[in-house]
Design a protein around this ligand. Structure first.
Ligand SMILES: [Fe+2]
Ligand SMILES: [Fe+2]
Length: 364
């Protein structure tokens, strides 16, 4: 009985919420479903309140695990996770206006503000990092990326929740250690390359985004898109990907398909923000319209986040030693970035990245 009521309640909340996101708070769908959900509250109250607790992938309602795994429940949990909300308590006396405000808060990009009868437990990113130093936080994030990418193949689903969590660790790391060059990890062995490169690109992209004043939820999507930019490489044959000498023209053709493979793979995953397939598709395109995939006929321009990832990708690739070449020092790489401004890279982004680096590092 309780399970059915909860299922109905969550489904109405999610319909109201998407009405609010897609249209506005004034749209009739929002009003109608917010009212339907509020009408069910009476049946959910136990001793004057109902509590929703999110633990990992599970929803606990009034201390009872809620078993249904419907689309709306999955979306509800995802929304709470995005908002960093772990607990909601709704008390008797909540009126429709207060309830509507609460749903509008969930739909918004900002924080949900607690009201007299509805409290929300928000996990602060700041709290997560208290007492932990930057190196430990970075290692925590790195090991999450490592375990998500380990054994990952086109047949195995990527663990996005753990990657999202890793992004939070990297954002916290950047708050504690402003010198991004100390956060970017060196690749020590060939097997580490995939996840360390993904992490370095995510960190360098987050660093650029923060320098441009981007905060909050957008930052999470940007970090995740950075982590996933090269995911399409798993569709490239291992003998091409791991080849230690120069690629033949045919092998290059295979290699150059990874942005398309990545974009298709990511666009099929429901819990990945739309930014991730865009960035995967565009990260080898260049500012002047060249690069690959060849989109000149469509005169497609790179998304600004793809442009940031292109800068981060270039920087990390040249700083890293590969079987076929030495790593370059920071000064040389920044010199090459300057040379590529206007052609390969957005000049504004290169400028902002380099002045960001100069501010935090004494090596420049
Ligand atoms: Fe790539
Ligand atoms: Fe890359």
């Amino acid at each position: 009985m309780l399970q059915t009521k909860v299922s109905e309640f969550v489904s109405h909340v999610m319909t109201a919420l998407s009405g609010c996101t897609l249209y506005s708070e004034q749209h009739p769908v929002f009003a109608e479903y917010a009212e339907k959900a509020a009408a069910l509250l009476e049946d959910l109250f136990v001793e004057g309140s109902v509590s929703f607790l999110m633990i990992g992938e599970s929803l606990i309602v009034n201390d009872t695990p809620f078993l249904e795994k419907s689309f709306s429940v999955a979306n509800f949990l995802k929304r709470l996770r995005k908002k960093k909300i772990e607990k909601i308590v709704i008390r008797k006396g909540t009126d429709i206006e207060e309830f509507r405000q609460f749903i509008a808060g969930l739909a918004s990009r900002g924080e949900v503000t607690p009201s007299p009868n509805i409290s929300v437990g928000i996990v602060e990113i700041k709290l997560k990092s208290s007492g932990t130093d930057a190196a430990a936080l970075l290692n925590k994030g790195l090991s999450k990326v490592k375990s998500s990418f380990q054994g990952f193949s086109r047949f195995k689903r990527l663990d996005i929740v753990s990657l999202e969590d890793a992004v939070l660790d990297f954002i916290s790391t950047l708050k504690k250690e402003i010198n991004v060059l100390r956060i970017v990890s060196p690749v020590k062995s060939h097997s580490e390359y995939t996840y360390i490169h993904a992490t370095n690109v995510a960190v360098l992209t987050l660093f650029q985004a923060e320098a441009l004043g981007i905060r909050g939820e957008d930052l999470h999507d940007i970090g995740l898109a950075g982590l996933l930019h090269d995911v399409g490489k798993m569709f490239v044959p291992a003998e091409v990907l791991e080849k230690k000498s120069a690629l033949t023209p045919e092998e290059w053709l295979e290699m150059k398909k990874h942005p398309i493979h990545g974009a298709i793979y990511l666009s099929r995953m429901k819990d990945v923000p739309p930014l991730a397939p865009i960035v995967a598709f565009e990260h080898h395109m260049k500012y002047n319209g060249s690069g690959y995939p060849d989109t000149k006929r469509m005169s497609r321009k790179q998304h600004i986040v793809s442009q940031m990832v292109t800068v981060a990708d270039f920087f990390d690739a040249l700083r890293t030693e590969r079987p076929y070449r030495q790593s370059l020092d920071v000064r040389t790489v920044t010199g090459l970035l300057k040379e590529g401004a206007n052609k390969d890279f957005n000049p504004e982004l290169v400028g902002s990245f380099l002045s960001g680096l100069a501010r935090v590092s004494d090596t420049l």
